[in-house]
Design a protein around this ligand. Structure first.
Ligand SMILES: [Zn+2]
Length: 164
């Protein structure tokens, strides 16, 4: 049977690159011919492809969640513009996932603030604990700042890339 002049073991080494369109035309064609004629390798190919698509979906979901949390966080901290506020408020009315995420982010923020201010205001808190609490607070503010800058990063990167 014609299998594109490649052994199954050789195909195994090329499959990932084939799936990622990372092979030259000639090798890509050889793998394609082999796959058409070898059910065993075809099965392997399908399962890798399926796994890849599943992972892609998971990454998209994670990205979506992070974006949502950043938006909500800047809304709670009153750091977003009127347009964004309007959109977020509309989302909170009509999107259950958004509402759930909002409550979670809000609870976490409140919990953090209460704990830290309790530590700072308590007479029992010693000097070291107060310094650590202050440090956590300033880290928290730093993370907020970085989150605010992240949306501009691709633009900034692109700007530099376009320089002569
Ligand atoms: Zn094979």
């Amino acid at each position: 049977m014609l299998k594109g002049n490649l052994k199954c073991s050789e195909i195994n080494k090329l499959l990932i690159r084939y799936i990622n369109f990372d092979l030259n035309k000639k090798d890509s064609l050889r793998v394609a011919i082999h796959l058409r004629n070898c059910p065993k390798c075809m099965e392997k190919y399908s399962s890798i492809l399926k796994r890849k698509n599943e992972l892609k979906k998971i990454f998209i979901e994670i990205e979506k969640k992070i974006r949502m949390q950043n938006e909500i966080s800047s809304y709670i901290d009153m750091e977003c513009g009127d347009d964004s506020r309007f959109i977020i408020e509309a989302m909170l009315i009509c999107d259950e996932d958004y509402k759930k995420e909002f409550e979670e982010v809000n609870n976490l923020k409140n919990m953090f603030k209460i704990t830290e201010s309790e530590i700072l205001n308590s007479k029992k808190t010693n000097y070291t604990q107060k310094i650590l609490a202050k440090e956590r607070y300033s880290n928290y503010e730093k993370i907020k700042l970085v989150n605010k800058l992240i949306p501009f990063m691709p633009y900034i990167k692109q700007k530099f890339a376009n320089l002569p």
